[in-house]
Design a binder for this molecule. Structure first.
Ligand code: DMJ
Length: 454
């Protein structure tokens, strides 16, 4: 055992002992209320910055104080992603402003090629939840219109979608895709099927996800890159983070939202394999490593901000014991480097990609774990993380991503998921539970709540 491993082991034993000798005190109602007020104020601050400097654009560039569009026109990414967060926080003025911008400024009748995955989770997901919360039929019409325009993407030899589709012409591009960009349509397209009574939406989304599933290896794992024309794997590294994450998430959530038992079974098969081959305990906590999908042998001991979501989905599915261990690793990842890096080596604690783009997953997992356990440990973790973000990422115009968490160097971007997800999960962690009843809704991967019963 190296001196470094011994030290990590001792630190971890000490932390465990301290926890048992001095159990975490519950948060008082006043503490929770104060934390909610702080997060709500941050949300208003970010929105005010967007309105002042980037009104009508997709996103705010918080350092140069400008607006930024993803494509040649704006798709109102920030207002649409933020609407339901404002709604849940009771920010009525902000919600009304965001909704008006979407209704007056959003049109999909444009000759623009979009990335199917991002537009699906942010725009289609945002429109569906905004419609369910507000009852405004204009939002539903926009959702249906977008669904129809995205549909040609699934017209490949395998049924797995191309990555890009032109909203006007239906022209598709890019056959080299990945499980997340192939399998993350079950919830949005399933909702469209319910809302339009057109079964083709859910059928296409389910076929795509199951074309990935049936190409799993003999040990039930999938790789990172696949060709949607041929169905051949191009990168056989199996992991739970970037480019695979929400494929797993949607298999489980399609069961929760629609009662789809095929999806539940597929999730169980994958989850068993993930726990068998990827789950790794080291002194600082538990992580999911990266392995080859065929041999199950470790390729890289990498873990990162995106991987952190899995603790939440495990907690949601009832495996609280494993979720707790993973969350310990997640929190170690956060506290060791000021703020969590995009990727690090969990065996050596060295940072591989030092950026932090204001991601939600670590706090999201605290939210699910707290709802399942009511252990104040998760409030403490969530509080530390959101306070770090609000303090260290703040700019004159809003909140900025980190280019390098080690030296707290900022970059000129505020992704719409900061408002859609990070602030929403942080708020819901401390808010009264009836603010959002988890037995009645399922969040899409962009944290847009979808009603279980129509
Ligand atoms: C979001 O767009 C979604 O949560 C997606 O599933 C992963 N990446 C970002 C947040 O990190």
């Amino acid at each position: 055992m190296t001196a470094r491993t011994k030290l990590l082991l001792l630190t971890s034993l000490f932390a465990g002992l301290t926890f048992h000798l001095f159990p975490q005190k519950p948060f008082t109602l006043q503490q929770k209320t104060a934390q909610c007020a702080k997060i709500k104020a941050a949300c208003q601050y970010a929105w005010a910055g967007y309105k002042q400097y980037a009104n009508g654009f997709d996103a705010l560039a918080p350092l140069s104080k400008k607006g930024h569009n993803w494509y040649s026109v704006s798709f109102m990414m920030t207002p649409l992603d933020a609407f339901d967060t404002f709604y849940l926080m009771g920010l009525k003025d902000e919600a009304a402003q965001a909704k008006e911008m979407v209704i007056n400024g959003l049109s999909f009748d444009v000759d623009v090629e979009v990335q199917l995955f991002e537009v699906n989770i942010r725009l289609l997901g945002g429109l569906i939840s905004a419609y369910e919360l507000s009852g405004d039929e204009r939002l539903l019409n926009l959702a249906k219109n977008l669904g129809i325009r995205l549909f040609p993407a699934f017209n490949s030899p395998t049924g797995m979608p191309y990555r890009y589709v032109n909203l006007k012409t239906g022209k598709t591009r890019d056959s080299l895709s990945n499980p997340a960009e192939i399998g993350t349509y079950l919830l949005e397209f399933g909702k469209l099927t319910r809302l339009t009574h057109d079964s083709s939406f859910y059928k296409a989304a389910k076929r795509a996800a199951f074309e990935v599933y049936r190409r799993r290896s003999d040990i039930d794992l999938v790789g990172t890159t696949i060709n949607v024309n041929t169905g051949a794997w191009k990168n056989t590294e199996s992991q739970i983070g970037a480019r695979i994450d929400s494929y797993y998430e949607y298999l489980y959530k399609a069961w929760l939202l629609f009662g789809d038992t095929d999806c539940k079974q597929a999730w169980e098969v994958h989850n068993r394999a993930i726990k068998k081959y990827l789950y790794t305990e080291v002194p600082s906590g538990a992580y999911f490593t990266r392995v080859d999908m065929r041999s199950g042998k470790e390729t890289h001991s990498l873990y990162g901000a995106l991987d952190a979501f899995y603790a939440g989905i495990l907690a949601l599915s009832g495996d609280v014991a494993t979720a707790r261990k993973i969350q310990k690793g997640n929190f170690h990842m956060w506290t060791t480097f000021n703020i969590e890096p995009e990727e690090f080596n969990f065996r050596t604690d060295s940072v591989l990609y030092p950026e932090y783009p204001l991601r939600p997953e670590n706090i999201e997992s605290c939210f699910y774990l707290y709802r399942k356990t009511h252990d104040p440990e998760y409030l403490r973790m969530g509080q530390r993380m959101i306070n770090d973000i609000l303090e260290k990422c703040k700019t004159e115009a809003g909140y900025a991503e980190m280019k390098n968490v080690k030296i707290l160097e900022k970059s000129d971007s505020m992704e719409s998921f900061f408002l859609a997800e990070t602030l929403k999960y942080a708020y819901l962690l401390f808010a009264p539970e009836n603010t959002l009843d988890l037995s009645k809704v399922v969040f899409n991967t962009e944290a847009h709540p979808f009603r279980i019963k129509n």
